[in-house]
Ligand binder design. Sequence first.
Ligand code: SF4
Length: 381
Amino acid sequence: MNGAAPVAAGIYVHLPFCPYVCPYCDFAKWPYARRSAERYLAALEAEIAASPAVRGTTMFFGGGTPNTYAAATLAELIATLRERFTLPADAEISVELNPDLALCEELPALHAAGVTRLSIGVQSFDRDELRRLGRRHAPDDVALVVGRARAAGFDNVSLDLMFAVPGQTEASWSDSLERAFALGIDHLSTYGLTVEVDTPYARWYQREPGAFFDDEREARLYEIAIERAARAGFEHYEISNFARPGRRCAHNENYWRNGSYVGLGVGAAAYLDGVRSTHTRDLDAYCGAALAGSVIPGESETLVGDERTGEATMLALRTLEGVDTREFQARYDVDFHQRYGTVIADLTAAGMLRIAGERVQLTERGRFLANDVCGAFLGGH
Ligand code: SF4
């Protein structure tokens, strides 16, 4: 012990089991099986006991489908994590939910366990799109789940919606957005469908590329989301995220600020003391190592110099606030304008970036091409 105060960090917990597997999905996930789920929980508890002592700030249960576990099990896990990471009593604790009605019966118990925020994987309100995405809930189930969440006391409910789904139209996407806002939600995440290698969707794409959206048509759907969200009074606070005032996701904001976080579970990523690490995505290898008290296999890299500042820039540019150049100087000892002068000038001239006082931000146009803009900062220009 050197007596230094423990680092403040977000706590991410990956719960990888799903009631079924969606054909586009590339996450670390497996169909639910009781014995695997129990073994995984024991492995997770072993990893928690052996994990670094940080001061937890927020907690996020992602998946997979966290609500394949019973609320009582999640409550015990939360109590263990709270104790291990000394989380403040009012900390944001998010849980991703599949809106399958049978999996959403225990929302009062989740609320009582200290969960403060629900993130519901809706993807679409269109029956055909849901079917094509392999999702088994019905559009009307979502209203029931949001109603149950409100009745249970949740005042921070987020929905995920997906655009550029094969067969989707501007009208069906607008309708999904309207139905989401009509439910009085607090937060919305929208993601463009990406075709990931080795998924059934990748094979579909090979057979029938014309069924998928090109960049231009996809950008139009994104534009519609931005317009509708603004009309509903939501702040577009990150490229893919919209929130009512005061309802941003604190856990994810910490990622974009390049803050520290612990990642627990199979495939989970962490960023601590400048080291970015990712656990193996092999379920058996993860469980075996955690249960044996061995180092969990995976990859890690230490980000230094340009890599570190490039990554910090890429993350900050995703947000409404952009890069705070004064804070950047204080934190990384780098003069942002001096270091990236050429790339800032080029992207500003191209209408992708703007300078607002001490801040450098994406313009609306820049948001549509965020990957290219951010890539320019990573490319060491
Ligand atoms: S999209 Fe979600 S529910 Fe579907 S398989 Fe992936 S993690 Fe599971």
